[in-house]
Ligand binder design. Structure first.
Ligand code: NAI
Ligand code: MG
Length: 497
């Protein structure tokens, strides 16, 4: 039984935190932004203003970059890897100790159901920190046998890439902040984190814990602010060695352009249009539930949400009916309501965007084969929607909607190349999900699909498994060995003996 009185108290605390005067966290200290300006932040569940955050600009970014550089070349470089691991582990413990508070803040600011924040976002952040803490002591180079003449001792070492700017989105604010911070710090880099302007709160709370657990000053800096101000200033700054970004492909392109001045390293985790392929031999009930969860979780605001359903014609009707039924029964409401299964989208702007896509789909000839009810009230609610009659020319199929909208299409040809070609007919290549009982078809399809992650019959995100995109879904990988190596430079050393 949830303790309602205790929950109310915790919510009051979270609201109080949201409403505080928040500064920027630079060089181990909290400070007001040089401009003195702030931006407002809202509760998507009811559209109310819940606080404001400091709008950092160029001058603040410059201070943060200098602090990060000094730490990189000072105490952080001198620290034993195991000490870095200990700090990361302590940060994980601190988040865990404040798990309820983080979950409440995330729900208050992003809108997602509280149970999702509790079950996924917060524990995932903790796991990612612990996973990367283990890498601090295991980042080795290798010895190399040279092919040229002479006697040599040759080897490689991995060094931190340097000062990292992390620009993150609003769909999983804490998890995204940690997805960048953990490997960067584990690799020995220092970081400036810029959260999305829609959702600054958990990043601010994270900075308080960084301060509390005792990282040397300047190792982790937080500059809240607008993308075109704080974000752009980070991308332009000559003292930043790497930008790691998650967000829209549009801004990804701007970052690539901006990074060329000093040839910053860039990793990008951009959008997706993940196909969900259901073969005739699939376990249909599991496929229905999997397909529905894949598009309706987080109100579809997940980069690898399964937004294009391709089902064999023999199971297509059952799939569409099943997912439509799921959508119809979904309890859509404010994330703080314990009965809510799907929350609002993050902002009024995002709601307009998603509704605009549904209208465009209908104009193009799609039809609604199932739709749940958006909660009434002032929150940014969108009805979970299943569209049929769609094809690969339509914007609803080509573009990332980032909302609870599934485009369902069928196939009749059992040829795996034809199925893969349909799935690959997209500019994106982040993920794919295959439902089949046929082991051979599963492995063959997995090889044919052009996407960074192929999941068969379920599965989720794991800190140990590389994640990232082919094509316009991005550059590089997060998680796993590849994820941490992306924060290192390889240096080759050759000694004539
Ligand atoms: P966005 O890409 O504009 O925002 C992501 C981050 O980039 C935020 O921190 C923002 O402040 C920053 N940013 C924005 N403009 C910038 C600039 N010029 N320089 C540096 N940083 C900048 O995403 P937005 O506009 O909030 O969402 C639009 C669409 O993008 C969504 O509907 C969705 O399709 C996609 N998106 C994809 C995400 C993913 O996880 N792949 C996450 C968020 C959005
Ligand atoms: Mg934008």
């Amino acid at each position: 039984m949830p303790d309602i009185a205790k929950d109310q108290l915790a919510l009051e605390e979270a609201r109080k935190f949201a409403g505080r005067e928040h500064g920027l966290f630079i060089d181990g200290a909290w400070m007001a932004p040089r401009s003195g300006s702030t931006f407002e932040t809202f509760n998507p569940g009811d559209g109310s203003r819940i606080g404001h955050a400091a709008a950092g600009g160029e001058a603040d970014v410059d201070l943060a970059v200098r602090a990060a550089r000094a730490a990189l070349e000072g105490p952080w470089a001198d620290m034993k890897p195991s000490e870095r691991a200990r700090l990361l582990w302590r940060l994980a413990d601190a988040i865990e100790a404040h798990a309820d508070e983080f979950a409440l803040l995330e729900t208050l600011n992003n809108g997602k159901p509280l149970r999702d924040a509790r079950m996924f976002d917060v524990p995932h952040a903790v796991e990612v920190l612990r996973y990367n803490a283990g890498w601090t002591t295991k980042l080795n180079g290798e010895s190399v046998n040279l092919s040229g003449p002479g006697t040599w001792h040759a080897y490689t070492v991995r060094e931190p890439v340097g000062v990292v700017a992390a620009i993150v989105p609003w769909n999983a604010p804490l998890a995204m902040a940690v997805a960048k911070t953990a490997p960067a710090l584990a690799a020995g880099c220092t970081i400036i984190l810029k959260p999305a302007e829609q959702t600054p709160l958990t990043a601010i709370r994270l900075a308080h814990l960084v301060e509390q657990v005792g990282f040397p000053k300047g190792v982790f800096n937080l500059v809240t602010g607008l993308g075109e101000a704080a974000g752009a200033a980070l991308v332009a700054h000559a003292g930043v060695d790497k930008v790691t970004f998650t967000g829209s492909t549009e801004v990804g392109r701007l970052i690539v352009k901006g990074a060329t001045a000093n040839m910053k390293r860039v990793t990008l985790e951009l959008g997706g249009k993940t196909p969900v392929i259901v073969m005739p031999d699939a376990d249909i009930n599991r496929a229905i539930e999997g397909a529905a969860r894949s598009i309706f979780t987080n109100a579809g605001q997940i980069c690898n949400a399964g937004s294009r359903l391709f089902a064999h014609e023999s199971v297509f009707d059952a799939l569409v009916e099943g997912v439509a039924d799921f959508a119809g029964k979904l309890r859509v409401g404010p994330g703080l309501d314990p009965n809510t299964q799907m929350g609002p989208v993050v902002s009024a702007e995002q709601r307009e965007r998603v509704l605009g896509y549904i209208e465009a789909g209908l104009r193009d000839g799609a039809k609604i084969s199932g739709q749940g009810t958006a909660a009434s009230g002032p929150g940014y609610f969108v009805p979970p929607t299943v569209l049929t009659g769609t094809n690969s020319q339509m914007s609803v199929v080509r573009e990332e909607i980032f909302g609870p909208v599934l485009c369902a299409m069928s196939f009749s040809d059992r040829d795996l190349d034809a199925i893969a070609a349909q799935a690959n007919d997209t500019d994106y290549g982040l993920g794919a999900i295959v439902w089949t009982q046929n082991l051979s078809a599963a492995h063959k399809l997995a090889r044919k699909i052009k996407a960074g992650t192929v999941r068969v019959n379920g599965g989720g995100l794991d800190p140990a498994l590389p994640f990232g995109g082919f094509k316009q879904s991005g550059w590089g990988r997060e998680n796993g060995r590849e994820g941490i190596e992306a924060y290192t430079e390889v240096k080759s050393i050759a000694i004539a003996l």
